[in-house]
Write a protein that binds this ligand. Structure first.
Ligand code: EPU
Length: 431
């Protein structure tokens, strides 16, 4: 099946949109259930394809999973089998690397296929491995697999200083360390809201993790984790995407179920560009009427401006007055989508990790591709802004991380639809 989005642009957005649970928290919390003997009731789980894949992996490992409502799941991993997680599924998502920490913590060993995920250039996992080795594990890479083995007397807490601030390594080491003996310190830890959320989930199940959200996290190993209930935080990047959509397309949108504190860097940048933003306890109202102003931004680890909002911000800058500069501070190659935006009339010049964006009055619709998840979201926003019809291809990337994007945008008055057509067949020449 080939799936595309068709957008008739030029309409302002009006109304309310409800933000789902955070993808990058959920992709750590689901593997974390492997460490728990008992039932975890988890609310606010986003219904996106990365999560469906993780649930399939857990289910094939023997987890018992019940859906209590659209976004509430019960997962019981008490009787999971000590098997290699299905590699064909594991390779399809980046976050499957959390199975290494979780399986190592639960079984004392893990064999996990090297993860897939969006292509932003090299995405090494050396810091994850450094952490597991510091806890005493022997880790080898062989035949496309990470093979980790704890010593006979189990993993042991240590002081680990990360060489780069890594979300994945911080969360993975936390998973490996919760049931280890003694105390683990992660220094130079990432501080993203989803790090705090994973720690809060594990603590709700009996772990003793302190300092998540700062750059030193202390994990006092416990004997076992027990079942419990937990609600995942709202998705910072999904909220930022709808804020950027409202700013780019114009109009007035109330983004509901957000934690405004998590949005500060995004809110500040959009305000600088001329958006009127009002923060409420758990909602943010975004208005834009006049032409946007130029701005510069550099992506950084939290609490800096998130790299996962960089393409969406670029669309706002593409139609702002003046020339904006984006410097990508996390990944080597995250500007591939600029060529697609330029096909829509944007004027962006990319020089490795810097994009110079000369604002234009208008974008025009055409056929574009989603190069990755957030780039795909940016194409949708560009389509909402552009004159005429935009078709976005390769939307499977978007559906990895955005729950019901079409319905949510239609609820705001956007003219967007999802088109499914059968795979093109090879027509043989029989003449
Ligand atoms: N890095 C290393 N060695 C490591 C790990 C990371 O050199 O062992 C480098 C990376 O190459 C990158 C930087 O450190 O340059 C940061 O990478 P990080 O580990 O923080 O990223 P990640 O865990 O692979 C998560 C999110 C990404 C998000 C980044 C940064 C998940 C599943 N993915 O990736 O989310 O861009 O953190 O915030 O949580 C997305 O949601 O669209 C997405 C790509």
């Amino acid at each position: 099946m080939v799936v595309k989005y068709e957008i008739h642009g030029g309409k302002q957005l009006q109304g309310k949109v409800m933000i789902s649970g955070a993808k990058n928290a959920a992709v750590g919390i689901l593997p974390a259930t492997l460490l728990v003997k008992g039932t975890c009731r988890i609310e606010n789980v986003p219904d996106i394809s990365d999560i469906r894949l993780l649930l399939q992996i857990l289910s094939e490992m023997g987890a018992s999973i019940r859906r209590l409502s659209f976004s509430t799941l019960e997962i019981d991993c008490t009787r999971v089998h000590d098997i290699v997680a299905p590699s064909d599924l594991v390779r399809r998502i980046r976050a499957s690397y959390y199975l290494i920490g979780a399986q190592l913590g639960r079984f004392g060993h893990a064999t996990v296929a090297l993860p897939g995920g969006c292509n932003f250039g090299p995405r090494p996992i050396d810091q994850h491995i450094k952490g597991f080795e510091a806890l005493g594990a022997n880790v080898e890479l062989s035949g496309g697999y990470v093979i980790a083995q704890a010593p006979e007397d189990g993993l042991r807490g240590e002081r680990i200083s990360l060489d780069v601030v890594s979300v994945g390594a911080t969360m993975n080491i936390m998973l490996g360390a919760v049931l280890a003996q003694k105390t683990t310190y992660i220094e130079n830890a990432a501080r993203e809201p989803h790090i705090v959320d994973l720690a809060s989930f594990l603590n709700a199940m009996g772990a003793q993790i302190y300092g998540a959200g700062t750059d030193v996290i202390r994990i006092e190993g416990v004997e076992a984790l027990h079942g419990g209930s937990y609600s995942i935080i709202p998705d910072q990047i999904e909220a930022g995407t709808y804020m950027a959509a409202a700013v780019a397309a114009g109009g007035e949108v109330l983004v509901q179920n957000v934690i405004p504190k998590h949005m500060e860097a995004i809110t500040a940048k959009l305000r600088e560009m001329g958006a009127k933003i009002t923060e409420y306890e758990d909602a943010i109202e975004v208005k834009r009427t006049g032409r946007l102003r130029r701005a510069n931004v550099k992506t950084l680890p939290y609490p800096g401006f998130p790299t996962d909002m960089q393409p969406q911000a670029a669309v706002c800058m593409a139609i702002a007055k003046g020339t904006s500069v984006i410097t990508e501070g996390i990944y080597d190659t995250r500007f591939r989508y600029c060529a697609e935006l330029n096909r829509m009339g944007a004027k962006i010049k990319v020089n490795t990790k810097v994009a110079m964006i000369e604002g234009v009055e208008k974008l025009h619709g055409c056929e574009v591709k989603a190069c990755d998840l957030r780039a795909g979201a940016a194409m949708v926003i560009a389509g909402l802004v552009a004159d005429g019809t935009t078709t976005v291809e390769d939307v499977q990337y978007i559906e990895r991380g955005y729950e019901c994007m079409i319905d949510k945008l239609r609820g705001l008055g956007a003219d967007i639809r999802r088109i499914e057509s059968p795979d093109p067949v090879n027509i043989q020449n029989v003449g």
